[in-house]
Design a protein around this ligand. Structure first.
Ligand code: 3PG
Length: 213
């Protein structure tokens, strides 16, 4: 459920984002991430085969918490739930999608770029949100500024996040976690270099733990 997923994100604090259209490569990539300290992953709906990739990863990696990202429509939300996703994430928020997510019961994190998006999210009961694209809309400064009027909201900073930036971003009180695709570069996936991906995951995992008391 949502509480469990929040606890896990709060523990690892780094959410790797995978863009892959190949079931076998996705399973190997997710396994390498999980084996190196990143047991919660997001698989984006950005490839034609993404729903199949998602459902096969869920089946093959029962110990991994698998989220679906890039959910843009209520139909996609239904589809990822049927594919077995444990949670859903969007880059933004619309009233239609927020309502559908609330009714679906699937743990869900809408995306926000500023205060108005956040007010819409809160109207639908979502107080953990993805700040996207984080590096463009202000990152940790934005999270800090929004913490004034919205003290109960927590953010997952995503978009342009790097390994080097991670420890500092995670220092901000209302930043729950960071998300990013840097641990799963397309070149390493294409080369089937799971060892290198495992190393990137281990570094990211260590960066996520730097500020954990
Ligand atoms: C996303 O889907 O949120 C982005 O791909 C993450 O951004 P990044 O690729 O810059 O890490």
């Amino acid at each position: 459920n949502k509480q469990t997923i929040l606890q896990q994100l709060q523990q690892v604090r780094v959410l790797p984002i995978l863009v892959s259209d190949d079931v076998d490569q996705a399973i190997r990539c997710v396994s390498a991430l999980a084996a190196n300290g990143l047991p919660v992953v997001e698989i984006t709906l950005r490839t034609p085969n993404a729903l199949t990739v998602l459902s096969e990863v869920v089946k093959a990696c029962p110990d991994v918490v698998v989220g679906a990202g890039t959910i843009l429509t209520a139909a996609q939300l239904d589809a990822v739930r049927n594919a077995g996703a444990h949670f859903g994430i969007s880059p933004g928020i619309t009233p239609v999608l927020a309502r559908a997510a609330g009714e679906s019961g699937l743990p869900y994190f809408p995306g926000v770029g500023g205060a108005s998006d956040l007010m819409l999210a809160l109207e639908h009961g979502f107080n953990v949100v993805k700040l996207f694209p984080s590096d463009v809309v202000g990152g940790v400064k934005m999270a800090k500024a929004l913490g004034g009027p919205f003290p109960d909201v927590r953010f997952c900073l995503t978009g342009g996040v790097t390994l080097d930036a991670t420890p500092q971003l995670l220092q901000q009180d209302n930043v729950l976690c960071v998300g990013g695709s840097w641990m799963c570069p397309a070149g390493l996936i294409a080369a089937n270099d799971w060892q290198a991906i495992g190393q990137l995951a281990a570094q990211a995992s260590a960066a996520g733990r730097v500020n954990t008391a």
